[in-house]
Structures are given as C-alpha cells and as structure tokens.
Design a protein around this ligand. Structure first.
Ligand code: IPE
Ligand code: IPE
Ligand code: MG
Length: 246
C-alpha cells in the first residue's frame, strides 16, 4: 500500500509567484516568468538527481487564458523559446517530456513544437517531465468522460465496466502514478484546478517562497517534510505501522 514515504516517485508543483517576484524587483511580470523558467530548470535537474521518476509542473492553466493578452502572448513566446533551447539537453539527460492540457488554443507552431519534443524524448527513461499547459483538472475530467461516452457509443465498453481504472486511463495523465507530493509555492493554499483526480491522496506542501526564489534547498526542505509524513490511505496508524514491518 506504500504507506511509508521514502522518496516520492511523483512530485507535482504549482510554480506560483512569478508576478509578485517581478513586482518586488520593480520589473515587468514577464521578467518574473523568465526568472521562473530558470528556477524550473534547476528543480528539473535536482529531481532527476534525486531519482524522482515523474515531475509534473503547472506552467499555464485553463484559467490563465483570462490574463491580459500581452501577458498571455509573452508566456506563449517564452514557452516556445524555452522548448527550442532546452529540448536537446533534456533528451541527452534521458528526460521524457509529456504535455497535458488542451493545446487547441496555442499557435500551430507551438503545438507542433510540443509534438516534436514528445517524439524526440520518447525513449527517455530517467525522468518523465509532465508539463501542464492549457490544463485544468475539470477540463481533464470532462474530456475523459467524453472518451468513455464515445467508447460506450461505439460498443467498445459497457457502462457497468466503468471503474476507477477505466476512468484514470482516459485522463490526460493516463498511466502515470498519482503524485506522492504536491508542492505549491507563492503562499496561496489552493489547488487552482490542478490534477483534481490525481491529488486525491497526495501529501500537500505549501511554501511561501515565490517560485523564482525557490531553490534546490527549498525543494530539499519539501522532500524532507514529505519523509516525515505518515501515509495512511484510510487505514489506522496501527495498521500502517504493522505494514512497515510486513
Ligand atoms: C505563476 O506565477 C505562473 C503562471 C501562472 C503562468 P503568477 O504569474 O501567477 O505569479 P503571481 O501569483 O501573480 O505572483
Ligand atoms: C496556478 O497559478 C497556475 C499556474 C501556476 C500555472 P495562478 O496564479 O493562476 O492561480 P490563482 O489564480 O492564484 O488561483
Ligand atoms: Mg499566481
């Protein structure tokens, strides 16, 4: 049942606080996003060194489309540039990239770059880097429900066979284990429509540090905190202690 946390296999992060970081430094919000990208690079490196198998990063939510056009454009541009710059190094380091989210709102050029990055990194076995862009947990649940409905309509599936495993397989995260550890930086204590299905039993960790200031040391603090948690998955503490020695 995996009740004793050792190292988390899957870590999911809401990288929040770029805008406030920029404001504190008297810079435009875009500069905060650029600084946030640098922080992300370091955390990916550290996660891979730590033997974490899956790192999910929330980069752009379905609700972030509501931001001012100029900020959305700047984010899209930054995202495209980062992909071009990073892809070779990621592939060399054995990192598999997987994007989750509704890509239809992004320029074709970027959609193609995402596809190319996924194809080029497909064989990576060291770390799976899941990047959530245009992603919303509710979007994911709806698209999974649509897939199931279509399969029933096409007589591939009967409704009484819908269970958690069938549902999970239709999510954009299908096949990935649930996050063991969820981290949100930037001080807010909320999920903001990230991985609604998958976070059901994740250990939650909130940091007041703004994402561009979130260093490897802060990441280690989160991992240490996780090591001190007792994961019970509904069982009693006694049962969990027993399973430790089982
Ligand atoms: C997170 O930082 C990055 C994105 C949502 C793209 P924010 O841009 O939300 O930064 P704050 O929360 O305004 O400081
Ligand atoms: C969540 O941050 C989304 C990302 C980090 C990509 P937001 O800044 O958009 O979340 P809210 O609006 O504060 O809940
Ligand atoms: Mg924010």
């Amino acid at each position: 049942m995996g009740a004793v946390p050792s190292e988390p296999k899957h870590v999911a992060i809401i990288m929040d606080g770029n805008g406030r970081w920029a404001k504190h430094h008297g810079l435009p919000r875009t500069a905060g996003h650029q600084a946030g990208l640098e922080a992300a690079r370091e955390i990916v490196r550290k996660a891979s060194e730590h033997g974490i198998r899956i790192l999910s990063l929330f980069a752009f939510s379905s609700e972030n489309w509501l931001r001012p056009k100029a900020e959305v454009h700047a984010l899209i541009r930054l995202f495209g540039e980062a992909l071009d710059q990073e892809i070779d190094r990621l592939v060399q380091n054995g990192i598999q990239i997987r994007f989750i989210g509704d890509r239809s709102g992004f320029p074709n050029r970027l959609q193609e770059a995402m596809q190319r990055a996924e194809a080029a990194s497909f064989a990576g076995e060291r770390l799976t880097l899941v990047i959530a862009v245009g992603y919303g947990g509710r979007w994911d649940l709806c698209q999974a429900a649509r897939t199931l409905a279509r399969r029933i309509h096409e007589a591939e599936l009967s409704e009484d066979r819908i269970n958690e495993a069938e549902f999970e397989a239709c999510l954009s995260t299908g096949g990935l284990p649930d996050p063991d550890l969820f981290i949100r930086t930037g001080g807010e204590r909320r999920i903001s429509n990230f991985l609604l299905w998958n976070l059901a039993y994740s250990e939650l960790y909130f940091s007041d540090t703004l994402w561009p200031d979130f260093t490897v040391k802060h990441f280690e603090d989160a991992l240490n905190d996780y090591r001190g948690r007792q994961r019970r998955f509904g069982r009693t503490p006694g049962q969990v202690r027993c399973s430790r020695h089982a």
